[in-house]
Design a binder for this molecule. Structure first.
Ligand code: NI
Length: 394
């Protein structure tokens, strides 16, 4: 039997696991039930596991026959989002205001599927495969603490695969990026401080609403005037908060935003550009400010050779015409921390269909479950190619 039929055979089990996870989603660092299901499944299938890494992280290890000393890792994130699900799926979330709206339930099912299938062909595996189930991808991030707690050691990992389902690609396709795959994510928190007063007598006050309005518009000129037009950059102010009532001058306005770049070099120059505009505009209006800038995930840079390997493996599974070279995303993923440490390839698994059109983080998000099978097959094929195993019959 070809190993691909093992995947087809496992698919109903994997879909059932996905639906259980979907029904009982858990937020960042609270993925206890999810972790237990993962650990139980890995143990029942004969893998060696470690639990409780960065609170809820789980690692499964499959040892090879020793002909190759390397260890390849597969990473799946497992957290859900604080969103009230609005689908009518029979397995819709049973937890109010928590939903697997980014497909991480599918990611867990895919990585478990790869573990189950690779276990069945373990005697053909020259090296080891480590399965990393990571909490809190949606923030504050589980990858960094897992790395700090030694997840890439014992045995040392030599390369890593990460992946994400996407409804922007039809099911049966795989998307690859040879360089940057995701952006750096940075948080901007700005408070404009002025002087309150009566709305009828603005000349006795310092109106932070007007100052904030000017700052919001001026910040967009960083993208258009201060950053190389060939360098992707986005700054979004997501919330504005300030003021009391219609006829009072607001003495304080809070702006909260996100700043994204694909380049680490550009990323490092941005806080100073923002603060210079804020300092100048507030000074011009006799206002003051508090400036807080928090670096989030770094840009995710793929390894070209490993990406070529994944593209080749995917072509074996879905056909070369269904492997799509994608533009980078300005979204972030803390898989980037793994990619800073070792050769990494983060690819996309098409999961769109006529019924599954909503994007991730939408309250009606769902994905085509056939994508689980394509994801498992692509990962298993990539592991086999990584170890130089010729296509095998079981
Ligand atoms: Ni996601």
């Amino acid at each position: 039997m070809h190993w691909q039929s093992l995947v087809d055979h496992q698919l109903p089990t994997l879909i059932s696991i996905r639906r259980q996870l979907h029904r009982y989603p858990e937020l960042a660092f609270q993925e206890y039930r999810t972790a237990r299901l993962i650990n139980d499944t890995l143990l029942a299938n004969g893998l060696i596991t470690r639990t409780g890494i960065a609170a809820t992280g789980v690692v499964g290890l499959l040892t090879g026959n020793g002909r190759d000393s390397r260890t390849i890792a597969i990473r799946a994130d497992m957290d859900a989002l604080p969103i009230q699900e609005q689908t009518s799926l029979p397995f819709a979330s049973a937890i109010p205001n928590v939903m697997h709206a980014c497909g991480h339930d599918g990611h867990v099912a895919i990585a478990l599927g790869a573990a189950l299938v690779l276990k069945q062909i373990q005697h053909h595996l020259p090296g080891n495969v480590k399965f990393i189930f990571q909490p809190a991808e949606e923030g504050p991030g589980g990858a960094k603490p897992m790395i700090e707690q030694g997840v890439l050691q014992d045995p040392a990992v030599s390369a890593i695969f990460g992946f994400h389902l996407t409804n922007s690609l039809p099911v049966g396709t795989i998307g690859v990026c040879y360089n940057e795959a995701c952006a750096s994510t940075n948080e901007l928190k700005l408070t404009i401080l002025g002087e309150g007063g009566h709305g009828a007598h603005p000349h006795h006050s310092v109106d932070t609403i007007v100052v904030a309005a000017e700052i919001i518009l001026a910040l967009q000129s960083i993208a258009s005037r201060q950053v190389n037009p060939l360098q992707p950059f986005v700054l979004t102010i997501g919330t504005i908060e300030g003021g009391y009532t219609n006829n009072a001058i607001a003495d304080q306005v809070k702006l909260w935003g996100t700043v994204r770049t694909l380049s680490s070099t550009l990323r490092a120059t941005i806080p100073e550009k923002i603060e210079r505009l804020v300092a100048g505009i507030t000074a011009a209006h006799q206002a003051s400010y508090r400036f807080e800038y928090n670096e989030g995930y770094p840009p995710l840079l793929n390894n070209q050779a490993l990406t070529a390997l994944v593209a080749h493996s995917a072509a074996t599974i879905v056909g070369g015409g269904n492997v799509v070279e994608m533009e980078p995303s300005m979204g972030g993923d803390d898989f980037a921390y793994f990619a800073l440490k070792l050769p990494a390839c983060y690819f996309r698994i098409g999961s769109g269909s006529a019924d599954c059109t909503f994007p991730g983080h939408h309250p009606q998000f769902n994905f085509a479950e056939a994508a689980i099978g394509y994801g498992v097959k692509t990962l298993v094929q990539a592991v086999l190619e990584y170890f130089g195993v010729e296509d095998l019959e079981k």
